[in-house]
Design a protein around this ligand. Structure first.
Ligand SMILES: CC(C)(COP(=O)(O)OP(=O)(O)OC[C@H]1O[C@@H](n2cnc3c(N)ncnc32)[C@H](O)[C@@H]1OP(=O)(O)O)[C@@H](O)C(=O)NCCC(=O)NCCS
Length: 196
């Protein structure tokens, strides 16, 4: 078997991605209270692999990712705060993780505050995350794993133009029920392609 031709670009020293209404940057200690405001909400956590979190819970679980810009290494990944440019409030956070260095692929995930919902801010933020994954890290494939009952996340993946590649039926026991799993994906060359 020949070696994979993929090579990841070196991680940037810093990451600060600005779009029209949001900014993405590695999350910091000072973001924990704002993150706990929405991650502490049971409805927000319904399809997430944890129960409602306090600032301490987030620090314990994700503290190793604070300020980090590298995808590589054990439990590697990049966790970005989504800041609303209007008022500099942290309204969500995104992850790029589960790097497969030979495949040049990784997974994306998103959590946004319900207080900022319904205005396209998540769409803008995740689009910026996908841009970053392809342009800054040089990845070639991204996947998102979504419970089909998570209608807003399904809508987000579809709005971004991700392809529904798989529907696994009763794939896992999750929060008291057998849950299905959708796998969405997009390739760098598809993302770059002009629309139409
Ligand atoms: C998934 C999640 C991020 C989606 O949030 P959202 O508010 O639906 O997404 P957006 O901010 O992009 O807003 C989309 C809405 O704004 C509207 N909108 C307005 N302006 C828009 C614009 N410029 N661009 C895109 N959409 C726009 C869209 O039509 C859509 O409207 P609708 O809610 O009536 O369908 C959010 O529900 C969430 O964090 N859920 C909990 C965590 C979770 O489950 N994470 C995923 C686990 S897989």
């Amino acid at each position: 078997m020949s070696a994979s031709p993929f090579s990841l670009k070196p991680a940037p020293d810093r990451l600060d991605v600005r779009r029209e209404r949001v900014r993405l940057r590695p999350f910091e200690e000072r973001d924990l209270d704002a993150m706990a405001a929405y991650r502490g909400d049971a409805e927000v956590c319904r399809y997430l692999p944890f129960d409602p979190q306090t600032a301490d819970d987030i620090r314990r679980r994700n503290g190793a990712l604070m300020g980090r810009t590298t995808l590589e290494g054990e439990n590697g990944g990049v966790m970005l705060a989504v800041e609303r440019l209007d008022d500099d409030v942290v309204i969500g956070d995104l992850v790029l993780f589960h790097l497969d260095p030979a495949a040049g692929s990784a997974e994306i995930g998103w959590v946004m505050s319900p207080a900022a919902s319904g205005r396209g801010l998540a769409t803008e933020a995740v689009r910026a995350l996908v841009d970053t994954a392809f342009e800054v890290y040089g990845l070639r494939r991204l996947v998102a794993r979504i419970d089909p009952d998570n209608a807003r996340s399904v809508a987000l993946a579809e709005r971004l133009g991700m392809r529904r590649e798989a529907h696994f039926v009763e794939e896992d026991w999750f929060k008291g029920r057998w849950s299905d799993l959708l796998v969405y994906a997009v390739l760098a060359r598809e993302w770059d392609a002009p629309a139409g």
